[in-house]
Design a protein around this ligand. Structure first.
Ligand code: NAD
Length: 476
């Protein structure tokens, strides 16, 4: 297998991709013989590239590195090919490097292309892969693309159409790194393998589902991208909707096909929002000044690179309805934002409570990051005072040395397992659902609520749940 990495001198490659490849190698999950060809604009030699890879692995790998001989073997697989990805005539030398390594190492013509580059280059690279012959293989070829996949529904469709000229849908692996998180990958098994949960995973027993992905950081150095994207594109269209799909899907057998079909069905049942309904179901927020861990922080509009009159959303809360037999009448609430009180991604499932006044509802909490675990809240009698009190049964999955999202994702693509990737249909249906929200924001039909940095978002987000008689179940 040959792994051709476009954007090999970039940040993502350094922080995530090289360490993931190294850990897969050390876990025996790389093919017996493999070649890795890095592509970037800089004029690096193979040696410079290998030193860069080594340093990145030392700095970012989850594994402590104390084995020089394995490292040497690993680094020997790396070659570098300088190339301006927009220049078609430069691809020949890349092809030669790839073929030379295939020949030297007797590797079958199986090529995995990873595009870790700005989205503007994706089209040029894939058509050059085709034109140059890089994509003409006797074995298999696959493409991994990073987010963002389009900026709206139209651009996502255009991008997909262009990629489809070189790669079949089955050959495309669209990364949504939330699908690489171990607890997100676990959702399928959690419900599928526990008849207890499977029996109650529906509208007869569940009153609402809450999915939160909160960050403490602000926009950092990403204002150029983020001020045009907002939380709606950066988080909701992809990660939040993927988590909705993974939570709501109903699978009766295991396997990629089943998961992909069921996720698509969830999206097909998602009640569309009309532009006029957006304000009643979606809360748009932007962080104002406040405090994070006792330190004052500035408002979004004063961040470097942000236009002072920006109406960009740094927070979104929304109510979704899945109009199918399993979930009709059960609201799914999603909430995501920057500069919030805590960094946490979690799913809380609240169960029906016929004794509502007397006891707390049962709830199942799935912590996705930074801690990983599952907890179930039940009611028990406290022998000291005979009162019924909620107690929590906790499983914490914080085992050491758990593979990281990029390892699990890369391993999936290497094996040709598409389970935890975003398929075109899901991506398209997600953009279809999000598009009226983008339009409503654009036309300013939705109020922009300022929230204090260090809070859990604007008051309006709490009101959204109050309308239905619920509240956000935050960490106590
Ligand atoms: P980066 O700017 O650090 O790296 C960009 C890479 O593209 C470099 O290797 C550079 O040499 C290469 N490049 C740029 N123009 C080129 C050209 N004309 N010819 C050849 N190579 C060229 O970006 P990054 O942080 O590594 O992210 C890469 C992409 O991954 C982003 O654009 C984004 O779409 C996506 N992404 C990144 C992250 C992240 O955490 N960094 C997260 C999600 C998605």
């Amino acid at each position: 297998m040959t792994f051709v990495l476009f954007g090999a001198t970039g940040d993502l490659a350094k922080r995530k991709i090289f360490p993931a490849l190294y850990n897969l190698f050390m876990d025996g999950k790389m093919p017996d013989s493999f070649s890795i060809v890095g592509v970037g604009r800089r004029e690096w030699s193979d040696q410079t590239f290998q030193s860069h890879v080594e340093e990145s692995v030392h700095t970012f790998s989850r594994r402590i590195i104390n084995d020089a001989s394995n490292m040497k073997t690993f680094l020997q697989a790396f070659r570098y090919s300088p190339l301006d990805v927009t220049k078609s005539d430069e691809y020949q030398s890349l092809l030669e490097t790839v073929q030379q390594q295939e020949k030297n190492l007797s590797i079958p013509e199986n090529r995995l292309f990873y595009l870790s580059v700005s989205p503007e280059f994706v089209d040029a690279i894939t058509s050059n892969i085709k034109q140059s012959g890089l994509g003409t293989v006797k074995g298999w070829k696959r493409l991994i693309v990073e987010k963002p996949f389009g900026h709206d529904l139209t651009s996502a469709r255009e991008l997909n159409e262009k990629l489809s000229r070189t790669f079949e849908e089955e050959e495309m692996y669209r990364i949504d790194h939330y699908l690489g998180k171990p607890m997100v990958q676990n959702l399928e098994s959690l419900v599928y393998t526990n008849p207890l949960l499977r029996a109650i995973w529906n509208k007869d027993h569940i009153v609402n589902v809450q999915i939160t992905a909160s960050e403490v950081v602000g926009v950092e150095e990403r204002a150029g991208y983020y001020d045009r994207a907002g939380a709606i594109r950066d988080m909701v269209q992809n990660h939040m909707l993927q988590m909705v799909m993974m939570t709501a899907m109903q699978i009766s057998k295991k396997g990629a096909e089943e998961v992909n079909d069921e996720k698509r069905k969830v999206m097909e049942s998602l009640r569309p929002l009309q532009k006029e309904d957006v304000a009643a179901n979606v809360i748009r927020g932007q962080y104002g000044p406040g405090e994070i861990k006792g330190e004052p922080v500035t408002a979004y509009e004063n961040e470097p690179g942000v236009s002072p009159s920006s109406k960009n959303d740094t927070f979104i809360a929304a109510r979704l309805w899945i109009d199918n037999d399993f979930w009709a009448g059960v609201p799914f609430y999603i909430r995501t934002g920057k500069r919030m009180q805590e960094k946490s991604t979690r799913i809380v499932v609240e169960f029906k409570n016929p004794l509502s006044a007397e006891t707390a509802p049962n709830r199942l909490t799935i912590d996705i990051s930074p801690s990983e675990g599952v907890s179930l809240q039940l009611n028990m009698k406290n022998p000291l005072n005979n009162q019924i009190e909620p107690v929590s049964i906790d499983f914490s999955a914080n085992a050491k040395d758990v593979p990281e999202a990029y390892e699990l994702l890369l391993f999936g693509a290497l094996r040709g397992d598409p389970t935890f990737f975003a398929h075109w249909k899901e991506v398209e249906l997600s953009w279809e659902w999000v598009q009226p929200i983008l339009d409503a924001f654009e036309e300013d039909l939705v109020p922009l609520h300022l929230y204090r940095s260090g809070s859990m978002g604007p008051e309006a987000s709490y009101q959204l749940l109050q309308e239905d008689g619920f509240k956000w179940l935050d960490h106590e």
